[in-house]
Design a protein around this ligand. Structure first.
Ligand SMILES: [Fe+2]
Length: 345
């Protein structure tokens, strides 16, 4: 496995790059906007293709690199389903998995620092965001933080992992880089409490100043801009209600860009073809499956995904590849469901 821990000095943020091999797919956790050029350079040096960028929660101390990485690599952006952030193209929840080639991370919902805090688990290590830090825990006094929920996330989930599990947090201000669950159980002063009430009192008594960047970072992280507006301006978007008339049309292929796991969980539009977004570039270029389908049969490709983000990027890619009839369903399956569109499982 390729594993890199990268550091942003200004905010004390750790970002993590994961891949199973050189030349393969990569994933990044908690990227920082100012470091995006550095990440892209590293991907080139290691011959990696970024396919997913994940934020463990909405950050208050730095602007996320998710939007810039999406714009420059067309990667999928991943956050928890509670996040009120418009950049997200794949939303996950407890029990889901985040997959890339050769690696599969288990998704753990670990609220408390914020209500959208998640941890991501590999067999030997866990990425804890700001839920569990090295000899600390993330503050719980803003962004819908809740010390009671954090206690549950810590004692009910993270500390139940095997003692030897390595802990990689989103921050460290002392220069520590890694710990283990066993070490934190033994030496983390915040975890020496006997009851949940004791933990709540401890956290409520911290009286920390707000992060310097908070007033800038939180609003910036909430609105990283949808591609969907621009795609709609060009006339490449179809509303969910109008898209319903396309089901069963012989001159239209509905293309589902979501992953098999998302199809299984949420259902799909009847008669749609599965072509996951990570293979899109190959599929829409000349000789690719979707390109040939569109070119040979004259059928119109109509992309959809979960929220319309991946499909908006797909329309752009298809147009670039000469498939000028390509469209997408604005708002994705989410909008489709709200419009009472039929689903199959
Ligand atoms: Fe945070």
């Amino acid at each position: 496995m390729i594993f890199r821990q990268l550091f942003d000095q200004t905010s004390g943020t750790y970002s993590y790059v994961l891949a199973s091999r050189r030349g393969g797919e990569a994933l990044i956790i908690d990227p920082v906007l100012e470091k995006v050029d550095r990440y892209l350079q590293l991907f080139r040096e290691l011959d990696l293709r970024l396919v997913k960028a994940v934020d463990t929660h909405i950050h208050a101390d730095h602007v996320t690199g998710l939007g810039a990485l999406r714009d420059r690599t067309q990667c999928i952006t991943v956050m928890g389903e509670q996040s009120r952030v418009d950049v997200v193209s794949m939303r996950v929840t407890e029990g889901d998995k985040v997959d890339i080639e050769g690696l599969s991370l288990d998704v753990l919902y670990t609220p408390g620092h914020t209500d959208d805090s998640y941890s991501f688990l590999l067999p030997d290590r866990v990425f804890t965001g700001d839920t569990l830090l090295i000899r600390g825990t993330g503050r719980t006094d803003f962004q819908n933080g809740d010390p009671r929920a954090q206690y549950e996330s810590l004692f009910g989930k993270l500390l139940k992992l095997p003692d030897e599990t390595m802990v990689f947090p989103a921050h460290d201000y002392k220069g520590d880089t890694v710990s283990t669950i066993g070490e934190e159980k033994a030496f983390n002063p915040r975890l020496r409490v006997k009851t949940v009430d004791e933990y709540v009192d401890l956290m409520n008594g911290l009286n920390l100043p707000n992060p310097k960047m908070m007033d800038v970072a939180v609003p910036a992280n909430m609105r990283i801009g949808l591609h969907q507006d621009e795609v709609a301006r060009r006339g490449w978007a179809i509303g969910a209600k109008d898209a319903m008339a396309l089901v069963g049309c012989t001159d239209v292929v509905l293309v589902d860009l979501r992953e098999p796991r998302e199809r299984d969980k949420h259902g799909s539009i009847p008669g749609s073809l599965s072509a996951p977004y990570t293979d899109l570039r190959r599929n829409v270029c000349k000789g690719g499956m979707l390109h040939e389908l569109g070119a040979a049969t004259g059928k119109r490709l109509v992309f959809y995904c979960a929220f319309g983000e991946r499909s908006a990027m797909a329309v752009q890619a298809a147009q670039d590849a000469g498939l000028t009839a390509a469209r997408h369903i604005q708002g994705g399956l989410d909008a489709w469901r709200k419009a009472d569109g039929p689903l199959v499982r």
